[in-house]
Design a protein around this ligand. Structure first.
Ligand code: SAH
Length: 259
C-alpha cells in the first residue's frame, strides 16, 4: 500500500467513514476500504461483514458488533447512529463497515442522515453490492446485451418483515426482465407466486445464491415455479440472493468459480 503511486485521503480523528465491505471475498474491497481498516481506531460492523475483511483491521482498533447476536434482536438503528456519533465525538477515527454497499438496502442512508444532523464529518466508500458481485461469483452477469437492458433490485421484506406492499408487482413483472431480490429467502414462495400472478412465466429461470463469494457459496437454479421448493430441498441458508430472468441461463457457460 505504501508504494502505491497514488495518494489516498486519511481517515481523520473525529470523522466517520461509512464503508462497503463487499459481499465476502476480501479481495473485493476497495483501496479506500483498506485505508480505513488500517487507520481506524474504532470499527463498528454488521453481521454480514466477512470475518476475513475484519481481520484486515488494525489489531489495536476497538471492535463494536452492531448486528444480530444469537437470535437476539439487532440493536436499534438510532442506537447504532448514536454510537457512531459518540465515538467520533471522542476524537476517534471511526470506520462503519457494512456488507456489500452501504447505500443498498443497508440503512447507510439513515446513519449518514444522523451524522449530518449531528454535524459529524463523514465519507461514504461504496462497496460491491451482493446483487452484482454475488451474481458474478455465481457466473451470472447482471446484464447482457442479448437478454436485458434493465435490471431491478428489490427487497424481499420491508421494515415490518413482510413482502413489501410498495412493490408494484405487475409493473415490475412487465417492465424488468432481470429482478434481483435481497432478503428474499424467507418469503421466496410468496415472491415467486406474486411474479407468476403478475404475468411472469413459471418456466423462466431463477437462481438462489447463498453466501456468495465465501467458501460456503451455494447456488441453486430452477424454474421460477420450482425455485422456492428447490431452495427448501437444498436447505439453502441466508444470506441469499434470488435472481429471476434470462441471465441465469448464462451460468451454464460462465460458472468460472469451479474452473
Ligand atoms: N448492503 C448489502 C445488502 C444488505 S441487505 C449489499 O449491498 O449487498 C442483506 C441482504 O443482502 C441479504 O439478505 C442477502 O439477500 C444479501 N447478501 C449480502 N451479502 C450476501 C452474500 N455474500 N451472499 C448472498 N446474499 C448476500
Amino acid at each position: 500500500m505504501n508504494t502505491l503511486p497514488l495518494t489516498l485521503p486519511d481517515l481523520q480523528p473525529g470523522h466517520v467513514w461509512l464503508v462497503g465491505a463487499g459481499p465476502g471475498d476480501p479481495g473485493l474491497i476497495s483501496l479506500l476500504a483498506l485505508q480505513a481498516l488500517r487507520q481506524a481506531d474504532a470499527v463498528v460492523y454488521d453481521a454480514l461483514v466477512d470475518p476475513r475483511v475484519l481481520d484486515l483491521a488494525n489489531p489495536l482498533a476497538s471492535r463494536h458488533f452492531a448486528g444480530k447476536r444469537g437470535g437476539k434482536p439487532s440493536p436499534r438503528q438510532p442506537d447504532i447512529s448514536d454510537q457512531l456519533i459518540q465515538l467520533a465525538g471522542r476524537g476517534l477515527r471511526v470506520l462503519r463497515l457494512k456488507g456489500g454497499d452501504p447505500f443498498v438496502f443497508g440503512r447507510g442512508a439513515e446513519e449518514a442522515m444522523a451524522l449530518v444532523a449531528a454535524g459529524v464529518p463523514f465519507r461514504v466508500v461504496p462497496g460491491i453490492t451482493s446483487g452484482v458481485g454475488g451474481l458474478a461469483y455465481a457466473g451470472i452477469p447482471a446484464t447482457s446485451r442479448e437478454t436485458n437492458s434493465a435490471i431491478a433490485f428489490v427487497t424481499g421484506h420491508d421494515s415490518s418483515g413482510e413482502v413489501p406492499d410498495s412493490v408494484d408487482w405487475p409493473a415490475l413483472a412487465k417492465a424488468v426482465p432481470v429482478i434481483v431480490f435481497y432478503m428474499a429467502l424467507k418469503h421466496l414462495d410468496r415472491i415467486a407466486g406474486q411474479l407468476i400472478a403478475a404475468g411472469r412465466s413459471p418456466e423462466e429461470s431463477a437462481a438462489v445464491i447463498s453466501k456468495a463469494s465465501t467458501a460456503e457459496q451455494r447456488v441453486v437454479t430452477a424454474t421460477l415455479g420450482r425455485i422456492a421448493a428447490e431452495a427448501v430441498a437444498a436447505a439453502i441458508e441466508p444470506p441469499a440472493l434470488v435472481v429471476v430472468g434470462p441471465v441465469v441461463d448464462l451460468r451454464k457457460h460462465l460458472n468460472w468459480l469451479t474452473l
